[in-house]
Design a protein around this ligand. Structure first.
Ligand code: HDD
Length: 695
């Protein structure tokens, strides 16, 4: 190697005052390789471009400057048209129960085997630099690097979709994205074009109910479910097929924020979810999901009161129970965000032998769209060679050339069949992909099946299955969203649809908007059915009785009591929570016993929206000072308004009084550690009706 250690010695900068690089090189520890151009030429000066004289023009000859700037100018690639903002993590999938009876796919039959995965969780509507916490669906895409090839399960945290046919996808996305004449809103559905499209698309009503629920305001990406949405087919060794729906269930349980909290988090930490995931993975708190399937036959499907090929429908767990077959653990943060999270290319068409598609028309359209989009996004048909996209099993074929070809195949033969080569890849009957042999009959045409005509029954089932607080949140969300719609006829059309979902909901929203007359409900193409309620659809019921993965703040000042701080910290840590000490100054606080307690966060930069529960341990003097500090007042007032548990000692209570925070079961004496932990494990749902006018 030409660039040995000596090439790292400080360059001859002469007496230039700007030549600081040399000093840096001298002070840093360790062995640094030489800084070179992309052609491997070592650089002596990375601080100054080549000038005709010290104050003269820069010379075109400066190939070092030109190479560096040119590369920089081309650093960005087109962001994803949807799901542009995402967080990706490496991990593994471990199968615990074999589906050998149903499929030949190794990933679903080799129990105990660990299959590497790369999982990317995303928002849908916002751009790559948008905030993490808008009301939005979360994408949940998993790439399994199986021994049979890559299998991508590209789902969402909602089990249904807006539309039944992929041909409507561009319309849907154009409607939800920022309005083209004004360039806003960014990552929000609360605007005219979205609700205009929805009000004219009754099939979207079920998904709309999910979006208006707290599922779209997750507390953490580690606390959401994932769904493959469509029915897929499993094929076993005998060629028999079974339908399957895929589910991810977070081990930490489900948890969401309340709307006001989500809005404030967006201001306090726009990277809230990404940071949360980063911190969890880097501190060894690896998020984990159970992987479950719903298996059913054509015969069973024929008895469902809906068509399972319609992606606006789910199969209630009460009808087809979930069978947990494995787990996914995310345990390695990518080395490089761009190389991995940005360049990862998922595609629902990536399936492996033993897994096949159903006739769901939304899925069928998706099979085309994803590869197509990668061609413009990643710029070459060779995007499968990018390390994060490449299979981790052997792969070989006769595809050749193209932009950015990284392979260097040898030999004469790039076709098949051939008689000239003894080792070129060939078809194989063993362990290879076979489509399900399905008989298709019927007339060709642009026809929507009649079995797809019922747009309201499952929307109604979802709404009626929710608990009271969840129903109230949905009604408030609808009022908020529709209040941002300028066109009255769009608002009215939506109320008309809601009448089919639930009359009381429709009246609640109409009242919240101040409508004087109830709009008519539109005609339905199929009767609205009263389906059995499904408690499994509730989010509140899926919260777990744990503080694992949760975060608790202890607000302290000078003079706070060390023993109380310690006791709360120990109780919270023992219950699984991460504890952060917050103080008016980052340097910390001098406690009553004279010791200095360093702070993890400064009060103004660490509002209570960033935590799941708070403890306020203050000296009398500290409480007096904070009582006239709006940041401290907001700290406790927001914790109260966001239904969080608050532990307070005498000083803490002074601050609560100054903030006009009421008293209820969620406000706990700081000495009663167990009560605080119990209250912190849930949200104080009863409190809500006393503090907020819900639609
Ligand atoms: Fe899609 C990205 C999920 C319908 C076209 N989609 C994308 C991602 C997720 C989903 C999670 C981000 C993947 C990543 O992290 O890179 N999409 C879904 C689900 C759908 C769905 C669950 C319905 C059940 N999508 C859908 C339709 C079409 C697309 C009907 C087009 C006909 N989706 C795309 C896309 C994207 C995409 C334009 C943008 C970036 C990408 O593919 O790689 O092709």
């Amino acid at each position: 190697m030409k660039k040995d250690k000596t090439s790292n010695s400080p360059p001859p900068y002469g007496d230039s005052k700007l030549a600081r690089g040399g000093e840096l090189h001298q002070t840093r520890q360790g062995e640094h390789p030489a800084l070179t151009t992309n052609q491997g030429v070592a650089l002596s000066d990375n601080q100054n471009s080549l000038r005709a004289n010290p104050r003269g023009p820069t010379l075109l000859e400066d190939f070092i400057l030109r190479e560096k700037i040119t590369h920089f100018d081309h650093e960005r690639i087109p962001e994803r048209i949807v799901h542009a903002r995402g967080t990706g993590v490496h991990g593994f999938f471990e199968l615990t129960h074999s589906l050998k009876k149903y499929t030949s796919a190794l990933v679903l039959t080799e129990t105990g085997a660990k299959t590497p995965v790369f999982t990317r969780i995303s928002t849908v509507a916002g751009g790559a630099g948008s905030v993490d916490t808008p009301r939005d669906v979360r994408g949940f895409a998993v790439k399994f690097y199986t021994k049979d090839g890559n299998w991508d399960l590209v789902g969402n945290n909602v089990p249904v979709f807006f539309i039944q046919d992929a041909i409507k996808f561009p319309d849907l996305i154009h409607a939800v994205k920022m309005e083209p004449d004004r360039g806003f809103p960014q990552s929000a559905s609360a605007h005219d074009t979205f609700w205009d499209f929805i009000s004219l698309t009754p099939e979207s009503m079920h998904m709309v109910m999910w979006i208006m629920s707290d599922r779209t305001l997750p507390r953490s990406l580690r606390m959401i479910e994932g769904f493959g949405v469509h029915s897929f087919r499993l094929i076993n060794d005998a060629g028999e097929t079974t339908f399957v729906k895929f589910h991810w269930r977070p081990r930490l349980g489900l948890q969401s924020t309340v709307w006001d909290e989500a809005v404030k988090i967006a201001g306090a930490d726009q990277d809230f979810h990404r940071r949360d995931m980063f911190e969890a993975v880097s501190t060894g708190q690896f998020p984990e999901w159970d992987f479950a399937v719903q298996l059913f036959t054509q015969k069973q499907a024929d008895t469902f009161p809906f068509d399972h090929l319609d992606a606006t429908k789910l199969i209630p767990e009460e009808l087809i129970p979930l069978k947990v077959i494995g787990r996914m653990v995310l345990d390695r943060w990518p080395d490089n965000f761009f190389a991995e999270t940005e360049q990862v290319a998922y595609c629902p068409a990536n399936v492996v032998p033993g897994i096949d598609f159903s006739n769901d028309p939304l899925l069928q359209g998706r099979l085309f769209s994803y590869i197509d989009t990668q061609l413009s996004r990643l710029g070459s048909a060779n995007f499968h060679q990018i390390p994060v996209n490449a299979p981790q099993c052997p792969f070989a074929n006769h595809q050749r050339d193209g932009h950015m070809q990284m392979d260097q195949p040898s030999g004469r033969v790039a076709y098949e069949p051939n008689s000239l080569s003894t080792d070129s890849p060939r078809e194989t009957a063993v362990d290879s992909f076979h489509h399900a042999a399905i008989m298709e009959t019927g007339e060709k045409g642009r026809i929507r099946a009649e079995s797809f005509a019922d747009h309201y029954s499952q929307a109604r089932q979802f709404y009626l299955s929710q608990s009271h607080p969840e129903q109230a949140h949905m009604a408030s969300a609808l009022v908020f969203e529709l209040s941002k719609v300028e066109h009255p006829h769009v608002r009215e059309a939506m109320i008309g649809h809601l009448r089919h979902v639930d009359e009381r909901l429709a009246h609640r929203v109409a009242d919240g908007l101040g409508l004087e007359h109830m709009p008519d409900a539109p005609c339905t193409a199929a009767p609205v059915q009263d389906m059995a309620l499904s408690p499994a659809l509730r989010l509140i019921g899926k919260m777990h009785d744990t503080l694992d993965g949760r975060s608790i703040a202890i607000l302290i000042t000078d003079g706070s009591d060390l023993d109380t701080i310690k006791a709360i910290k120990t109780a919270a840590t023992d219950a699984g929570a991460t504890v952060k000490i917050i103080a008016p100054k980052l340097g910390g606080a001098r406690l009553a016993d004279g010791s200095l307690r360093k702070a993890d966060g400064q009060l103004a930069g660490s509002p209570s929206v960033l935590f799941d529960a708070v403890a306020v341990i203050l000296s009398e003097d500290g409480a007096k000072t904070l009582s006239s500090d709006s940041t401290a007042i907001d700290f406790v007032r927001d914790a109260f308004a966001h239904l969080k548990a608050i532990a307070a000692d005498a000083g803490g209570r002074m601050l609560l009084n100054a903030a006009n925070v009421g008293v209820d079961r969620g406000i706990v004496d700081a000495q009663a550690g167990d009560d605080f932990i119990a209250a912190a494990k849930t949200r104080q749902w009863d409190r809500e009706r006393h503090i907020r006018t819900l639609a």
